[in-house]
Design a protein around this ligand. Structure first.
Ligand SMILES: *[C@@H]1O[C@H](CO)[C@@H](O)[C@H](O)[C@H]1NC(C)=O
Ligand SMILES: *[C@@H]1O[C@H](CO)[C@@H](O)[C@H](O)[C@H]1NC(C)=O
Ligand SMILES: *[C@@H]1O[C@H](CO)[C@@H](O)[C@H](O)[C@H]1NC(C)=O
Ligand SMILES: *[C@@H]1O[C@H](CO)[C@@H](O)[C@H](O)[C@H]1NC(C)=O
Length: 267
């Protein structure tokens, strides 16, 4: 893979990559906890549940019905979606780990960062172990306060999914006024072909992965598309020898790597 030369950086809007590979069912897990029924309902309505389910390692910061209703009462669904996507942390934090954060404070990537709607580091949350066992959550934007705090553990499946209750939403600057993302009607195949990535485009096509890309075109994602020359380079596996499942997983790997571009910041 290292031999692949990433010749093109394309920003697309799309959803969960391979919807058949589900790591969890957040809807099902939360259905056992009536105090999060509102939160659960909005995860489904915003389709964030689907994104959560495809993520292997994730922490969901849940709002109880009171906190969720307060947020939902004042904002349209597109804003609620952004706000909730900032509560989906792309790392595993159970209560023990919360209290063992190195140097007491860390910035963690959230799903909001992957939407393309978050400028700068607004898609990161600041998790800080405060004195007296309290853990505070806030936007990573400089000068932000740690307005939200950890209240209790809801459920853990180590080290795949952790659900923690926090006191209130984490508000990044501008997130409550962010415009809804515009659905994309871009023809990805045509765009990739034009850019000299015909092999990659045809792989997407034959494996069926393209449909998943095109069908759910309401979220942002960055794709690193190798050009045709890159596929001929030494060290690149012979694609004709791969099974369809292997091709799907290759494409998925490709896009997953770019899905969380700040993975290296994870602690
Ligand atoms: C997840 O669980 C819910 C509630 O139990 C169920 O209705 C839904 O079909 C499940 N989703 C998947 C993808 O299995
Ligand atoms: C998190 O926020 C606190 C309070 O604003 C700040 O002191 C700390 O440096 C921040 N942590 C990181 C890792 O930026
Ligand atoms: C966590 O995810 C891995 C990889 O999908 C899986 O093999 C493992 O069984 C999961 N662990 C639990 C406790 O479900
Ligand atoms: C997208 O472009 C490809 C290649 O130019 C073409 O074959 C295909 O029909 C187009 N698809 C749509 C939905 O327009």
């Amino acid at each position: 893979m290292a031999a692949l030369r990433y010749s093109l950086l394309l920003s697309f809007t799309l959803s969960a990559l391979v919807s058949t590979v589900l790591a969890h069912n957040i809807t099902d897990i939360l259905s056992g906890f009536p105090e999060y029924s509102e939160f659960n309902k909005y995860l489904t309505q915003t389709k964030l549940a689907d994104e959560i389910n495809t993520r292997q390692t994730i922490t969901v910061l849940a709002l109880n019905n009171g906190a969720m209703s307060a947020l939902a009462a004042k904002h349209p669904l597109s804003v609620i979606k952004n706000a909730l996507s900032l509560l989906v942390v792309l790392d595993y934090f159970d209560p023990t780990k919360l209290h063992q954060i190195s140097k007491g404070s860390t910035l963690s990537t959230t799903l909001y960062q992957t939407t393309g709607n978050a400028p700068g580091n607004l898609g990161f949350v600041n998790i800080t172990d405060l004195q007296g066992g309290k853990v505070g959550f806030g936007s990573a934007a400089p000068g932000s306060k740690l307005e939200s705090s950890y209240t209790k553990s809801v459920k853990q499946v180590p080290y795949n999914i952790s659900i923690l209750e926090i006191s209130q939403p984490i508000i990044a600057p501008g997130i409550l006024t962010a415009p809804a993302p515009t659905p994309s009607s871009v023809n990805m195949t045509a765009l990739l072909e034009k850019a000299g990535c015909k092999t990659f485009a045809s792989l997407l096509q034959t494996s069926g992965v393209i449909k998943m890309y095109q069908s759910a075109a309401d979220k942002g994602l960055t794709i690193f598309a190798p050009n045709d020359e890159a596929f001929k380079a030494a060290g690149v596996p012979d694609l004709s020898k791969l099974t369809n499942a292997e091709v799907v997983s290759l494409l998925q790997y490709h896009a997953t790597a770019s899905y969380s571009p700040f993975g290296s910041l994870k602690n």
